[in-house]
Design a protein around this ligand. Sequence first.
Ligand code: SF4
Ligand code: SF4
Length: 471
Amino acid sequence: MAISSDISEFYDEEYRDTIATVDKNGKRIWLHPKKPKGSFHNKRIIATIVFLTIFFAVPFIKIKGEPLLMMNIFERKFVIFGQVFFPQDFILFGIGMIIFFVFIILFTVVYGRFWCGWACPQTIFLEMVFRKIEYWIEGDARQQQKLDSGPWTSEKVRKKVTKHAIFIFFSIIIAHLTMSYMIGIEETLRIATSSPASNPTGFIGVVAFTAIFYFVFTRLREQVCIAICPYGRLQGVLMGKSTMAIMYDFVRGEPRGKLKKQEEKKTTHGDCIDCALCVQVCPTGIDIRNGTQLECVNCTACIDACDEVMFKINKPAGLIRYASEESIEKGTPFRMSRRAYYYSAVLLMLIGLEAYLLIGRTMVDTTILRVPGQMYQEQPNGKISNLYNAQIINKTSEEIDVTLKVAENKGRIRLVGDKVHLPKQGRTEIIFFLDMDKKDIKQIKTPLKIEVYQGNKLIETIKTNFLGPEQ
Ligand code: SF4
Ligand code: SF4
């Protein structure tokens, strides 16, 4: 994100030419962030418990036998809030996706990367699960550095083996969790409890996901947020001067300087004592005092670190806090920008359209076409018949029977049996004859409607046409 000239006078812009996690030779700098602690971190622990409970509970929650959320890309079956969406619902699904992306854009324009710090599974698992295990086994940043740079003693081997065994265990759990969102909890549990030989595909899936998550949480780590996550890459274009972000109050903090004599400090320096604790706790290795940067995942660790320093030097907390660049610059309260209002209007319109389509969505989807290459046939009783092919999709979780009728009694449908049986969430294909009286045929192609009934309830009306002799 670009910073205004007013602010840039405080900053050394050189940091923009480098990445905190890459050295001059292009080699990765392995970060050992200091263990975060403080009131924001405590709130994040509560948020983590809530989100992890949700992540693990959702695959078990059913609505009318369907999962609350499932994205089965293999069978092209998507379930959202217990509603099953098939490829035939692609318009509805597409609009839902557009609404989702517009919501993300709107949310980011107003609240920045709030999602990344508090709810993103990557941050939650990395910072609140994997890194916590690391602190527990290897100690805080300094002990970790010492351990990594030291020789392979028996203690180092013991710590590393224990840590990676636990990491693999958690990667296996996350792999199963991911699969339960893709293929459902029953199938995931079946794979987990059966031998690899009885379900090699499922087993390969679990192994592949475990390897990916292990690699992400042990090696890739912050690089996912910095270089891979498309949402992270979007920040530069979505965030503006009025966006809420974790900001360093440059007006209050600058000119920064080491705390020496209190009298001198009062007259010549701002509140920042240049202790660099905010940098040492940062899991992406940046200095937030340089302004909002793409790498910042809004983890709040620097707020807690700086608040603790401010407390020790008897200054008010909040030198680093949630604020917008504009509000710090002008000393005004945080306000939504005009752009955010426009995005809200677009979002509301899209939600209205989605609601309209959802209300009108049928649970049975029928396609009726005349059999290609077939002309009409004259029957001995004087009627004219056409041959049709119907594909009927049952999107519900129950088996149902439907009947087909020609609207306004303009003709009669002949098929084997009275009813068409539809398996749950299945597709049925039938062929039938439709007979019409010659007197009702006025043109070569007579438009007509075929009604689909479940019991006495009309559930769908399909338009088609009927070929006959010109009168
Ligand atoms: S923790 Fe606070 S006081 Fe210390 S360097 Fe960072 S902004 Fe300055
Ligand atoms: S700058 Fe602060 S909020 Fe942003 S990632 Fe670093 S520690 Fe977290």
